[in-house]
Design a protein around this ligand. Structure first.
Ligand SMILES: C=C(O[C@@H]1C=C(C(=O)O)C=C[C@H]1O)C(=O)O
Length: 117
């Protein structure tokens, strides 16, 4: 466990309920960071697989289906679907940038090893 996993220390003079709510927020933020780290580790692998198979970095058709699904999940759970879509778009755009960089790297490696596809 990293020392950053612990919730932040709050001043002693703040109301107990506010301090408790902030501990919960800190735990949720920690979980979000862990989840994003896992997601990016997984998408990195996908980027390598796609580059090796000469597939494009972005898959707009899959993205459209993910957006529809997440908007539905957001609606069901009381989260603003517009926000859910923006949040997914933000993450996916970053993933696509990673995939473009991975594709350049893999192509370079192939050129250096004299491999053809
Ligand atoms: C991860 C992939 O690559 C891209 C990133 C996606 C994502 O982060 O969910 C979805 C589709 C692709 O545009 C994939 O093709 O599955």
């Amino acid at each position: 466990m990293s020392p950053h996993d612990r919730p932040l220390r709050e001043p002693a003079d703040i109301p107990a309920e506010l301090a408790q709510a902030r501990r919960t927020i800190d735990n949720i933020d920690a979980a979000l960071v862990h989840l994003l780290a896992e997601r990016f580790a997984c998408t990195k692998r996908v980027g390598v697989l796609k580059a090796e198979k000469n597939l494009p970095p972005a898959d707009p058709e899959r993205e459209a289906r993910q957006i529809t699904r997440l908007r539905g999940l957001a609606d069901d759970s009381g989260l603003d679907p517009v926000f859910a879509e923006k949040f997914l778009r933000f993450i996916v755009d970053e993933v696509i940038r990673h995939h473009e960089a991975i594709a350049v790297e893999v192509r370079g490696d192939e050129a250096n090893s004299g491999e053809t596809k």
